[in-house]
Ligand binder design. Structure first.
Ligand SMILES: Cc1cc2nc3c(=O)[nH]c(=O)nc-3n(C[C@H](O)[C@H](O)[C@H](O)COP(=O)(O)OP(=O)(O)OC[C@H]3O[C@@H](n4cnc5c(N)ncnc54)[C@H](O)[C@@H]3O)c2cc1C
Length: 444
């Protein structure tokens, strides 16, 4: 391994992989290191008997930040849009039009009166355009001002829990509207051949630009001298090496970044903010398989259930994700309290009851492949949406990317990719690299 790079990126999640590719595109010599055996972190795929199961997220926004990064660096995202999407409400499927407008039309369908539908839709228009609520109330409390109809609440709960991994009563109302402005015109899709392929293409791009991308290589220390980053110590097998670089981009999450660099390097106010803001969310996640299709849609937003809010069938649009003739589904559900999920077995029992309601004959037609509660250090999101951590840190040359560092109005994988763009903009767009990086490189 070469001991000198322009930048070292620690962790190959969405944020780390995108940052490495974007900096390589700018002509920087980049080292990307990942401690696990595979790239992509919580947005990758692993093979379970021929089924490419997601290690976390799988739905990519068509035309969103991940695809924008791919377009910038000139690689194929491989994203295939979900062809048929639907709401599931009270046992009925309602197809979602690809041209959008579905939420308001569905509100009109489930409202008890035209007056109620008009009231809610007008409140949405006002909040999106000139009357955004603040962070002091939750989205549920905001909506309660216009309706208490459980079906209308169910539509928003399904959307919020599936996009943001929190419940509507846990989300600051403002965040919903900030996000809706960014995602309304976009659609979702899945990566052909599994998400891992996308991160492998990004790693190949980094290598082709003179950099390196390594798996099973763990960062054990971020080196800081006199308030400036100087590189990182990496362990691969039983070897430890110090890599020198004027820029370190951490995708490890804010707490792990602080632990590796040393608390003494960070201002008290920064540490205090992290303690308050970085609260990981929990998500209940299942994969199941079937020999015949048991659902007609590849993306289903599920309303009014005990726990489930989303079912995807990625194999409908990307057949290579399941063995020939078989079908793969993912199920996302939010525990009642996504910050303190409590009794996980009891939560999963409710998820299974929902599944039996939604999929007729589930127990005889389907086979459960995985059942995971993501939380703690491997969470749904690293922070509750609306409390982002800056991509800049108090240590000169040390940056943070990932879903904790996305700007407001972005979340999950789209937010992680956006944080990588912000780091690139800081370093290259505004010429910070010249000021931070090169001067440090000279001193080194
Ligand atoms: C079940 C589930 C479903 C989701 N569904 C969606 C979805 O459909 N759409 C969506 O947009 N978002 C979804 N999300 C959220 C999305 O997956 C995450 O927001 C996103 O993947 C976070 O990426 P990240 O950049 O923060 O990196 P992470 O995924 O957190 O990756 C960090 C990487 O750093 C590595 N690492 C850690 N420590 C070290 C070290 N010391 N040295 C080297 N490497 C290290 C880790 O192994 C990991 O690979 C979902 C999340 C979960 C859990």
């Amino acid at each position: 391994m070469d001991p000198n790079y322009d930048a070292v990126v620690l962790g190959s999640g969405v944020g780390g992989s995108c940052a490495a590719a974007l900096l390589a595109k700018e002509g920087r010599k980049v080292l990307l290191v990942e401690k696990r055996a595979y790239l992509g972190g919580r947005f990758s795929t692993t093979n379970h008997d021929g089924y490419l199961c997601a290690t976390g997220g799988l739905a990519v926004q068509v035309g969103g930040p991940i695809e924008q990064v791919c377009a910038e660096v000139g690689i194929d995202s491989g994203v295939r849009p979900a062809r048929r999407a639907a709401w599931w409400i009270d046992g009925q499927f309602h197809e979602i039009s690809p041209s959008g407008g579905s939420l308001r039309a569905t509100i009109r369908k489930v409202a008890v009166s035209e007056d109620e539908a008009r009231r809610v839709n007008e409140a949405l228009t006002a909040a999106l355009n000139w009357l955004e609520p603040n962070d002091a109330i939750s989205f549920r409390d905001w909506l309660n001002q216009y309706t208490t109809n459980p079906r209308i609440h169910g539509l928003f709960q399904a959307t919020i829990a599936s996009l943001l991994t929190v419940n509507s009563w846990e989300l600051p109302a403002a965040e919903y509207f900030k996000l809706t402005r960014n995602i309304a015109p976009l659609r979702f899709g899945y990566v052909e051949g599994g998400s891992l392929k996308l991160w492998e293409r990004m790693a190949d791009f980094v290598r082709a630009r003179g950099g390196e991308a390594l798996t099973r290589c763990e960062a054990t220390r971020i080196c800081v001298d006199d308030g400036k980053v100087t590189g990182a110590v990496l362990r691969s097998g039983d070897r430890e090496v110090e890599i020198r670089a004027p820029i370190v981009v951490s995708n490890l999450g804010p707490h792990a970044t602080v632990a590796l660099a040393g608390r003494a390097e960070f201002e008290h106010s920064h540490l205090a903010y992290l303690e308050r803001a970085v609260r990981p969310t929990a998500i209940l996640w299942l994969h199941f398989a079937s020999d015949e299709p048991v659902l007609d849609y590849s993306a289903i937003a599920v309303c009014g259930t005990r726990r489930i809010n989303m079912i995807d069938m990625p194999s409908a649009d990307c057949p290579g994700i399941a063995p020939p003739g078989r079908h793969l589904y993912t199920v996302g559900a939010a525990p009642l309290d996504t910050l303190e999920p409590g009794d996980i077995d009891a939560e999963f029992e409710l998820v299974m009851q929902d599944l039996r309601d939604i999929v007729p004959g589930f127990d005889t037609r389907c086979r459960l492949l995985t059942k995971t509660c993501y939380r703690g250090k491997w969470p749904g999101f690293r922070t509750v949406p609306g409390s982002p951590v800056s991509h800049r840190t108090p240590v000169r040359g040390l940056f943070e990317v990932g879903d904790a560092s996305c700007p407001r109005g972005f979340a999950g994988s789209m937010g992680a990719a956006k944080s990588a763009m912000l780091v690139r903009d800081d370093l290259c767009g505004a010429g910070l690299w010249a000021r931070v990086g090169r001067s440090q490189a000279r001193e080194a």
